[in-house]
Design a binder for this molecule. Structure first.
Ligand SMILES: Cc1ncc(C[n+]2csc(CCOP(=O)(O)OP(=O)(O)O)c2C)c(N)n1
Ligand SMILES: [Mg+2]
Length: 669
């Protein structure tokens, strides 16, 4: 008896069953049991008796937003009744009403009501209920939602398990934050009652372990908003508030958590007017700034635009092309924050850089547009006399403890709107007249010469070596030749990124997506998310564009390939993965040399500085095993091998199967 009194009331019916004591049909009367629950708070023995009282009361609709009360195991068995409408169900209704079509889930003991709601929704709300994708790893789940959002601008939902699942999101939260990708994350909280006071009260050992003081603090410094669902009464408002933050500039991840009891609560169905929850729209430049910038660009000898995130809006590259066509001699540097910012087939394309480029030092007018790191002062600085403007959705870089650039003026404004304003300003009045007097031919001649020289240097660097081996440049050039013209590229090539960009030579807005963040392992999940999105947006499986992931060998291992290729096979999401096999981590050596160019490590072997992956893992084999043998696995180390294995892999991917090719690449080319 002592034992029975100690256990939670939620667990008791199961034990009673083992004792062969018949149980009655379970019922809950919320008001009565709330009252008894309150009474029991000061009287433990009264609380213990609550469970036996509730076994004979029917489940009633509850007062909106009030917690469901004391219940039993048997009570919960009745909870699949069709009319049951819980906070969890309202949560799902809120997300599909807001336009979310996919949930990437990794489930746990915080999710019984989420699972109930999923089953109910999948059965009763066909066509509306989001598609659920089971993700065996949280970072992959988050990266899939990130990739989906980067391509489409549409946030999707990631559901993870309490504190540990939140930690499992890992570096993917950083990537979505720095890559300005809107992602909606939900995690359950461990139950906060332990004696069966409410439906959802603790039933498992682990509920004590996973109860942490402030779960959302794990990710909140990366999130545009983090909060807790404290009642079902306003769950839809909270979901929409979070989504409003996620989709307002600067876009990024948001995080909501909710305790098991709260998510279990029966509430009155309700709906919101969705049109009241649109994202905040950012305006353009003030008129004086439009004048100043347009005037400075027209008067410049070497005008330069540097952008990292402008391309997140696929209309941005076109707007900048228009500007470059008006101001002959303007050049554009792309810092690869995320999407392609400027097409490589335009003479104004000054290439791809991570903050170090001659064009920065030579420019006399620089407009930095939506960019976190336009230059790295220890390695490259604009001239002291350069006139610098900074236009950004987040010019203060509110999440960065240290940031400044020596800009004469800075504006919080939408990038595309700002460029369009400058374009319009060049069409009339005094500035248009000044533009007419400008020596356009000289400007065009100069950038053509520079463009041609850049292209020639890029081409030269791609030449294969005498023994038939080759570098990332040659590989990328070959990929560009063999893959469809409108291929979508998910790039996480680390030290090889410029070789990839310069040789893929992307031109189509939205077709080139670079991780941009520093949390290695994005591109596996992201490529899946991009492909899923492309198929979905084009009408279903197999209808979307061809998707290629280009990833460093070290980064491939960070991307949790065991999960990535299980998902690829399970959900038939075909992607082509190219692993840049350069014997492990090159980046730490680069970092070392920048600080200690002549240090001990500068002459040490890769083994000695602990960056070598020798013996080489079977990268493609890992994927094949995870994908139940259904992943095409290949290898190439010479130009001849590359052509044939790529041909075969591309056909496989077009046929619906994913492929991973381990490509041995020579350094620095
Ligand atoms: C999650 C995470 N862990 C560690 C690092 C540090 N880091 C930066 S680059 C790099 C090596 C990447 O290796 P690989 O993908 O092979 O690219 P390579 O350096 O060879 O170009 C490491 C370990 C990081 N950025 N993110
Ligand atoms: Mg490597």
């Amino acid at each position: 008896m002592y034992f029975l009194q100690r256990i939670s009331s939620a667990a008791r019916p199961a034990i009673l069953k083992y004792c062969a004591i018949p149980t009655a049909t379970p019922r809950i009367n919320i008001r009565n049991s709330s009252a008894s629950s309150a009474a029991s708070a000061s009287n433990p023995s009264a609380r213990r008796s609550t469970a036996s009282i509730t076994t004979n009361t029917a489940i009633q609709p509850t007062m909106s937003g009030h917690l469901g009360s004391a219940t039993s195991q048997a009570n919960r068995q009745t909870s699949t009744r069709a009319e049951m409408y819980t906070t969890s169900f309202a949560f799902f209704e809120a997300i599909w009403e807001a336009g979310i079509t996919h949930c990437f889930v990794n489930l746990g003991s915080d999710h019984p009501s989420i699972i109930e709601a999923m089953v109910k929704g999948q059965r009763e709300a066909k066509g509306k209920f989001p598609r659920i994708i089971t993700c065996p790893n949280e970072m992959v789940a988050m990266s899939m939602a990130d990739g989906y959002a980067r391509l489409t601008g549409k946030p999707q939902c990631v559901i993870v398990h309490v504190d540990v699942g939140t930690q499992g999101l890992g570096a993917a939260v950083h990537n979505a934050s720095t890559g300005r990708a809107p992602v909606f994350i939900f995690a359950g909280l461990s139950p906060f009652t332990i004696e069966g006071e409410h439906r959802g009260s603790r039933t498992e050992y682990i509920h004590w372990m996973q109860d942490v003081p402030d779960q959302k603090q794990i990710v909140s410094q990366y999130c545009r908003f983090s909060g807790e669902i404290k009642t079902g009464a306003n769950v839809k408002q909270l979901v929409n508030r979070a989504l409003q933050f996620a989709t307002s500039d600067p876009q990024g991840p948001v995080y909501l958590c909710g305790a098991r009891e709260v998510m279990e609560t029966d509430i009155e169905p309700y709906s919101l007017r969705q049109s009241d929850w649109k994202p905040i729209e950012l305006g353009g430049l003030p008129l004086h700034a439009v004048d100043e910038i347009a005037d400075a660009l027209v008067g410049a000898k070497r005008p330069l635009i540097i952008s990292g995130y402008g391309g997140r809006n696929h209309k941005f590259p076109g707007a900048v092309v228009k500007l470059a066509n008006k101001i002959k001699g303007l050049q554009v540097l792309d810092c690869g924050g995320s999407d392609l910012c400027f097409p490589s087939d335009h003479l104004a394309w000054a290439g791809f850089t991570f903050g170090v480029d001659k064009a920065i030092e030579l420019a006399d007018v620089i407009v930095v547009v939506d960019c976190d790191v336009p230059w790295i002062p220890t390695r490259c600085k604009p001239s002291k006399d350069a006139k610098i403007f900074h236009i950004d959705v987040d010019p203060l870089k509110q999440l960065m403890p240290v940031f400044y650039i020596e800009a004469g003026s800075r504006f919080r404004a939408d990038a595309t709107t700002s460029i369009n304003q400058i374009n319009d300003r060049l069409d009339s009045g005094d500035i248009a007249a000044k533009l007419q007097t400008r020596d356009a031919a000289a400007g065009e001649k100069r950038i053509k010469e520079e463009y041609d020289a850049r292209m020639a240097a890029i081409d030269k660097a791609t030449e294969p070596l005498a023994d038939g081996s080759f570098g990332t440049g040659y590989l990328s050039k070959t990929l560009r030749k063999m893959c469809p013209d409108d291929t979508l590229w998910a790039v996480e090539a680390v030290t090889n990124t410029p070789f990839v960009h310069n040789n893929i030579k992307p031109t189509i807005p939205g077709s080139w997506i670079n991780c941009g963040g520093g949390g290695l392992g994005w591109s596996g999940g992201a490529a899946l998310g991009i492909k899923l999105a492309s198929d979905f947006e084009h009408g279903g499986s197999g209808k979307g564009k061809f998707v290629v992931q280009i990833v460093g060998d070290g980064t491939y291992l960070f991307s949790v390939p065991g999960s990535v290729y299980w998902i690829a096979n399970r959900y038939k999401i075909p992607i082509l993965t190219i692993v840049l096999n350069n014997d492990g981590w090159n980046a730490p050596r680069r970092s070392l040399l920048l600080v200690h160019p002549d240090g001990l490590g500068s002459k040490a072997t890769n083994e000695e500085i602990n960056i070598s992956f020798n013996p080489t893992p079977d990268y493609a084999g890992i994927a094949k095993a995870a994908g139940c043998g259904e992943i095409f696995a290949g290898r190439a180390a010479t130009t001849a091998e590359l052509d044939s294995v790529l041909q075969e892999a591309i056909e496989k991917v077009k046929g619906g199967q994913s492929a991973v090719i381990d490509v041995k690449v020579a350094p620095d080319c």
